[in-house]
Design a protein around this ligand. Sequence first.
Ligand code: CO
Length: 159
Amino acid sequence: MAIRTIIRDTDDFLRKKSREVTVFDKRLHTLLDDMADTMHAANGVGLAAVQVGTLRRAVVIDVGDEDGVIELINPVIIETSEEEQTDAEGCLSFPGQYGMVTRPMHVKAQAQNRHGDLIEVEGSGLKARALCHETDHLDGMLFVDLVEEVLERDDEDDE
Ligand code: CO
């Protein structure tokens, strides 16, 4: 387990599309362990592999609920509620930067776990927001693309 460097917003690497994971080996497991460590060390609720410089479709999420760390490999959002939520959103690659983003209130994602087994994960509120945000990262989409209102930058935070 190790903490990796998080790529910042100034790097075009975050715009690259990640590749499907087809090998579920020890290297993937190390990546996932390191991603969880890196996310926790940065007090984040989600992290995509592209943010630590690896173009693989892998994300980790931990919104602090009873599920703990959720690992999603090759995630796809398969259901979204009509009901929406608009709330402040940020990203570990954009320290101190927040904006209002509208997301579905509830989403269901299909993915694989670290062993390649199919799994489904559902979430509401913050968890739905994290599922959308992290899945977007895999296609080079960033929350700043969706911000409706920029909130005041707080440089004391997250730096
Ligand atoms: Co992000």
